[in-house]
Write a protein that binds this ligand. Structure first.
Ligand SMILES: [Zn+2]
Length: 423
């Protein structure tokens, strides 16, 4: 079996030492004898492999935009060793067979662990519950369920879904968007700017009214709710209130909602069209504070690759979504660590330990110690680059960070003891 010796890497606690990996597990470096691969990590930091709760891999159905293979290559490039594959594929992941197929392709072709997310409703139609129990009991062991891309708007359906998944410690991950306040055409944060640009507005409250409803339904069902891509200060306030009350709610923030603001859409560049939309700096500040203090538990990328023919349209018609896997860590370092808002142990929680716990993925988000699975990322926290969308491992090019100078920390990623990316 393969073995790897990594010398001199510094952990987040500041202590440097050697790491020896054999048969996919961290092993005592004293046993590192004979022929093996060596990585000199002097001056580098080692973090546990990152875990993404929210990835669109587009396979099956839109392999022209991304595949399980290319999406997980982008994940490895970004330091991720595990991604949750959202259910809004074609066909939708709403059966045990569909979930098992994605998990199996992940095993055969993936460069990171692929954990299927199951749909909440059949066909994402928001009418009838999908086969939640069958998906949970399948070989794919689905624990996260989401109609992401669409909101589970029907309160009774949401209550039933929450009740159902509590029996196997599942979680409902909600895309919070009131479909009446922010309908299918809504595409720009509702403000003076959306009025001036003539773009249909997406008010902050269209998110927070759903979050407010859902935390109360989670309390009623005594079940777990996860709020996807929190983008508003109002939602943060509701989540803070719910947590203080003891409600089982977790939440995620995306890199783009931490760094990019609504003014970027002024040029009608559809790269910046995303759902929920980019917000004002006041909202960004609230998201940053919430991620620092733990009101928002995790960073999740909402990596949403799109083929050019789906983005080359007028702003209100183009599909929403942007790439996220490759530069998520760089953005979090820039916004949170380099500004002194967050230390390294907290970053590790938000991007590895906590998302693994929320998704109930055993073997990911574990400490870097002897006996644990060898999932890690080696980083140079000071490395920077001018981002070029054409160097992406993703099949798509809708990268909102193109041309920006940002940290580019990832030197190598190791998943289950094998090198999945090396600079
Ligand atoms: Zn969504």
């Amino acid at each position: 079996m393969t073995s790897i010796l990594i010398t001199g890497a510094r952990k987040v606690d500041g202590i440097a030492g050697d790491l020896f990996i054999r048969d996919g597990v961290f092993t005592d470096p004293a046993q590192a004898i004979g022929t093996l691969e060596r990585i000199d990590a002097d001056g580098l930091m080692v973090l546990p492999g990152l875990v993404d709760l929210h990835t669109h891999l587009r396979q099956p159905g839109r392999e022209d935009a991304e595949t399980i293979a290319t999406g997980t290559l982008a994940a490895a490039r970004g330091g991720f060793t595990c991604v949750h594959a959202m259910a809004n594929t074609d066909p939708v992941t709403d059966t045990a067979e569909a979930a098992e197929w994605i998990a199996q392709v992940g095993i055969e072709e993936g460069h990171a662990q692929v954990v299927p997310v199951g749909a909440v409703s059949k066909g994402l139609k928001g009418e009838e519950l999908a086969e939640l129990g069958m998906m949970a009991r399948s070989l794919a062991k689905v624990r996260v369920f989401s109609d992401d891309g669409k909101c589970v708007a029907d309160s009774m359906l949401m209550r039933r879904a929450l009740s159902y998944v509590s029996s196997f410690d599942g979680v409902i991950a909600q895309h919070s968007q009131d479909p009446r306040l922010a309908g299918p055409t809504a595409c720009c944060h509702e403000s003076e700017l959306s009025g001036r640009l003539g773009l249909p507005g997406w008010p902050a409250q269209a998110e927070s009214v759903i979050v407010a409803r859902d935390v109360q339904l989670a309390e009623l069902a005594n079940s777990r709710l996860h709020v996807c891509h929190v983008s508003t200060a109002e939602s943060v306030d509701v989540i803070r209130w719910a947590k203080a009350r003891g409600i089982q709610v977790t939440a995620e923030a995306t890199p783009h909602h931490l760094l990019l603001d609504t003014n970027l859409v002024a040029g009608y560049d559809t790269t910046f069209k995303v759902n929920p939309p980019l917000r004002t700096t006041e909202h960004l500040e609230a998201i940053r504070d919430a991620l620092a203090d733990g009101t928002i538990d995790a960073v999740a990328t909402d990596h949403a690759p799109h083929a050019p023919q789906d983005k080359d349209h007028p702003f209100d018609v183009a599909l929403p979504g942007m790439l996220g896997l490759e530069y998520a860590l760089g953005v979090v370092i820039e916004v949170m660590v380099n500004t002194g808002r967050m230390d390294w142990p907290t970053l590790t929680k938000r991007m590895s330990h906590t998302p693994a716990q929320i998704g109930q993925v055993h073997g990911q988000g574990r400490p870097i110690t002897i006996g644990e699975p060898a999932n890690l990322v080696l980083i140079d926290p000071a490395a920077r680059t001018t981002i070029d969308k054409n160097t992406s491992k993703s099949r798509s090019r809708n990268n909102p960070y193109h041309g920006l100078d940002l940290p580019d920390p990832v030197v190598a990623t190791i998943w289950a003891g094998r090198v999945t990316y090396r600079r």
